[in-house]
Structure formats: structure tokens, C-alpha cells
Design a protein around this ligand. Structure first.
Ligand code: PLP
Length: 464
């Protein structure tokens, strides 16, 4: 074996060993940042170190690894990584392909084109939409809103690509009160700023109040350039905005509708849950994550746009690539912020093929059923679930009634993480400090949920 092949065997063995061990090991890292820094520290070497030694040293940083790919990690919204998707991603690195266009890597371009088509089919997005393979939903929101900015200003006679925003017609940007913070970051990057965001109140579940949307829309002349950000899947409660009503209201005023569907858009892949995204096809741009619910390794997300020319005009740097109006004529690199980029499409293609249509539906439905089980078992154990569990997110209140002590919630979360059976985090929703549970991993079983609930209850009751 040559050196590289031997090295790849070493890392494949290590990755396989790590992943196989996840169900048994404590989920939290054994070392914190300070504990693991020494494994990396030291002066920049004057002379090179043999590759085998470098990799052995890197593997030595293992204690600082989080078990987030494992079946009992319920923090944030974090998926695992399916076997074929993991292996395909390692191939993408081994092959070192640049997913810029079909000349630089025909295979990378083909994988993105085919996987992009499958994604649209699964998620209920029109077949004519363009798809950019981005790093995640933050990237997807930015691309979608850049296309929106391009389009609504062009319709007002302003070429934002050439002239920028200085002196441009005012653009109204509406978004839900409980939008994900990445929407604000995207709007800052795009020069809209955040002060001008018109926040639409949420209903008691955390979805946009559509009557309030109608009222706010009516406050300005109908010909004002308009972008409305809707959300499929509130990151706390899992609630869905009414996409059909929201899109119809916004379109009646000539607005652009962007849907942040980082994890919630996957409900569209399940016949049983699809009604949650009713009307999804009416939007103008969408983002979804691959690395959350599809269980593709980091980093993987998608930016879809019903007007491929708007996406390509906003993103590509060379107008000479823009030959024709069909999505098919745009290269993968014309639809994303990056120029050179790794071949993310291989892992997405692999995940979709490994699961198939019924496998994706089963993954989504299973996670939702397990979230329900989490909620029911914690309720039986005396905790209070404060959200309607419509998807894979559960919000749990563990404060003593009448003795509000938000710090206690964080002490419990900290103790649960240290106990090691599972890992879950906290959130503040409507002024209450809560435990948030997200079930997003393909490998999670009922036994994992039961063991985790038991651990949480032991901590709450002071017996762990
Ligand atoms: C996670 C999430 C994002 C950001 O996604 P990244 O993959 O971290 O970029 C945006 N919106 C929602 C609703 C999310 O859940």
C-alpha cells in the first residue's frame, strides 16, 4: 500500500470505530476546549511532520469530540450521518473534485443535478426551480433572499447588482416574530439591515399570525417592493407558518415569498405530515438543510429558487455563463455564493439513494413519533411539555410551579449533559427557560428515548 492509501485506511478505521462506539459512550465530550487544546497546541513547526504522525496526533484529540452523530444527541437540531452519505463524503474528499461546473468535474455536476431533482420531487418544490448546494440553511437563506432582492428591485426598475442599494427604492421585508436568527444575519449581509424588518406576531404555537400579516401588508402602498419570509418549522416549537395563506397574501401585493425550511421542509417528504407544508409550491425561494434531518454529514444545505435567472443573476460572477433561461444551463457554481467548492452533491445523492422515497418518509415520521414518546414519557414523569408536538421538537418546563428559578433549568441541563446518557440543550421561549429536545437522527430508537427520559427524570428528581 502507498502512504496515502494506508493513511485513508487509518482514518476509515478510526471514523468507523468512533461511530460504532457512539451508542455506548457518554454523549458529551470527555474534554472541554481547555482540555483538548494541548493536543493541537505548539509553535507552527519549522519543518514538516510525517503525515502518519500528523493523523495520529489528530486522532489523539478524540476526547474533545461530541457524540452529536449518535442516537441520543437531542441538542439544537442536529442529524446524524447515514452510512452511504458518510462514505460518499469521504470519497468527495479523496477524489478532491471542485463542484464549480461540468467542465471541472462532470461527476460532481451530475450528482448535484440529479440529487437536486430528487430533492424538489420529495419536498414538493416545482420541478423548474433551480437548486444551489450550499453549506446549510444560513447559506440557503442568504441565497434565497439575495435572489429576492435582485428580483423585487429589478421589477421596480433598479438593477441592484450594478447599482447597489444606495439610492435604491425602499424594500419592505416582513418576517415572523419567531423567525430563525439566521434570517437576520442574511438580511444584514444583504445590506437591508435589521432595524427595518417588519416583525409579524406569532400565534400561541409559534407560527405566523396570518391576520396580522394581512394587516401589516395593508399598511403600505401595494406597489412597494416586498419580501415576505415564512418559516416551515419553528426551531423551538416545530410550528409551521400557513404557507398557502402567507404566499397568497404576499403575492396579492406582488411580493416575493421566501421559506426558511431548514428542517421543517422535510415534512413534505412524508405523506402523513405533508399537510404541514400545504402551499409550499407557491413560494419563490426555499432553503432546507441536508445535514439536519436528511442525515448528511456537515456541511450541506440547499437553496431553491422558482426563478433560476434571479438566483443566477444574484450569485454568479460571470454573465458569460448565463446562456439561456433554463436552470439546466446554469452551472452548479452559478447558484451559490462560493466559486470553488467541494462536491457536496455526492453525499446528498448517496443519502437519498440509500433511503429511497419511503426511507426518507420513514425517517421523518419515526423521529416525530419518538419526539411524541419523549413528550409523553416526560409528562408522565411530572415535567410539563409546553409546545404542541407537531413535529420533532419538544419544549419541556421543569421549573417548580410557584417557585420560578430559571437557573435551576440550566443546572438540570448541565447535570443531564454531565450524566452522559443523552445530550440536550436549553432555550428561552416566550420568556421561559426551557429544555429543548430535537429528535433528528436516523439511528435513534425507542430504547434510546426511554433511556434518555429516565436519565432526565433521575436528574430532575435529584437521584442522579
Ligand atoms: C438550523 C436552522 C437554520 C440555520 O441552519 P444552518 O444549517 O445552521 O445554517 C435556519 N433556520 C432554521 C429554522 C433552522 O432550524
Amino acid at each position: 500500500m502507498d502512504d496515502l492509501t494506508e493513511l485513508l485506511h487509518t482514518v476509515a478505521d478510526e471514523a468507523g470505530r468512533f461511530r460504532a462506539g457512539l451508542p455506548e459512550r457518554p454523549v458529551a465530550p470527555r474534554a472541554d476546549l481547555a482540555g483538548v487544546l494541548p493536543a493541537f497546541e505548539g509553535p507552527l513547526p519549522d519543518h514538516g511532520v510525517p503525515a502518519g504522525q500528523v493523523i495520529a496526533d489528530l486522532i489523539g484529540a478524540g476526547p474533545g469530540l461530541m457524540g452529536s452523530a449518535g442516537p441520543r444527541f437531542f441538542g439544537f437540531v442536529v442529524g446524524g450521518a447515514l452510512p452511504a452519505a458518510t462514505a460518499a463524503d469521504m470519497l468527495a474528499t479523496g477524489w478532491d473534485q471542485a463542484a464549480f461546473n461540468a467542465v471541472l468535474s462532470p461527476a460532481a455536476a451530475a450528482a448535484e443535478r440529479v440529487a437536486g431533482g430528487w430533492l424538489k420531487d420529495l419536498l414538493g418544490i416545482p420541478a423548474g426551480a433551480s437548486v444551489g448546494f450550499v453549506t446549510g440553511a444560513q447559506g440557503g437563506n442568504t441565497v434565497g433572499l439575495a435572489a429576492a432582492r435582485q428580483h423585487v428591485l429589478a421589477a421596480a426598475g433598479w438593477d441592484v447588482g450594478a447599482r447597489g442599494l444606495t439610492g435604491a427604492p425602499r424594500v419592505r421585508v416582513l418576517a415572523g416574530q419567531e423567525r430563525h436568527a439566521t434570517i437576520d444575519a442574511s438580511l444584514r449581509l444583504l445590506g437591508f439591515g435589521t432595524d427595518g424588518i417588519e416583525a409579524v406576531p406569532a400565534d400561541r404555537h409559534g407560527a405566523m399570525d396570518m391576520a396580522a400579516l394581512a394587516t401589516i401588508l395593508a399598511a403600505d402602498p401595494a406597489d412597494t417592493p416586498l419580501i415576505v419570509c415564512l418559516q416551515a418549522g419553528n426551531v423551538n416549537t416545530g410550528a409551521f407558518d400557513d404557507l398557502r395563506a402567507g404566499a397568497e397574501l404576499a403575492h396579492a401585493r406582488g411580493g416575493w415569498v421566501h421559506v426558511d425550511g431548514a428542517f421543517g421542509l422535510w415534512a413534505g417528504a412524508s405523506p402523513r405530515l405533508r399537510q404541514l407544508v400545504d402551499g409550499v409550491e407557491l413560494a419563490d425561494s426555499w432553503c432546507a438543510d441536508g445535514h439536519k434531518w436528511l442525515n448528511v454529514p456537515y456541511d450541506s444545505g440547499f437553496a431553491f429558487c422558482s426563478r433560476p435567472a434571479a438566483q443566477a443573476t444574484a450569485m454568479s460572477y460571470s454573465a458569460s455563463y448565463l446562456s439561456g433561461s433554463e436552470a439546466i444551463s446554469y452551472g452548479p457554481g452559478d447558484l451559490v455564493p462560493e466559486s470553488s467548492r467541494r462536491a457536496r452533491g455526492f453525499a446528498v445523492w448517496a443519502a437519498l439513494r440509500e433511503l429511497g422515497r419511503d426511507g426518507v418518509a420513514d425517517l421523518v415520521e419515526r423521529c416525530c413519533a419518538l419526539a411524541r414518546r419523549f413528550a409523553d414519557s416526560l409528562t408522565e414523569g411530572g415535567a410539563t411539555v409546553v409546545n404542541e408536538v407537531v413535529l420533532n421538537q419538544v419544549l419541556v418546563d421543569v421549573e417548580h410551579p410557584g417557585a420560578a428559578d430559571p437557573a435551576r433549568v440550566d443546572r438540570i441541563i448541565d447535570a443531564v449533559q454531565r450524566e452522559g446518557t443523552c445530550w440536550l440543550g436549553g432555550t428561552t421561549w416566550r420568556g421561559r427557560r426551557l429544555i429543548r429536545v430535537s429528535v433528528s437522527n436516523y439511528a435513534t430508537t425507542e430504547a434510546d428515548v426511554d433511556a434518555s427520559v429516565a436519565a432526565v427524570l433521575r436528574v430532575i428528581n435529584g437521584t442522579a
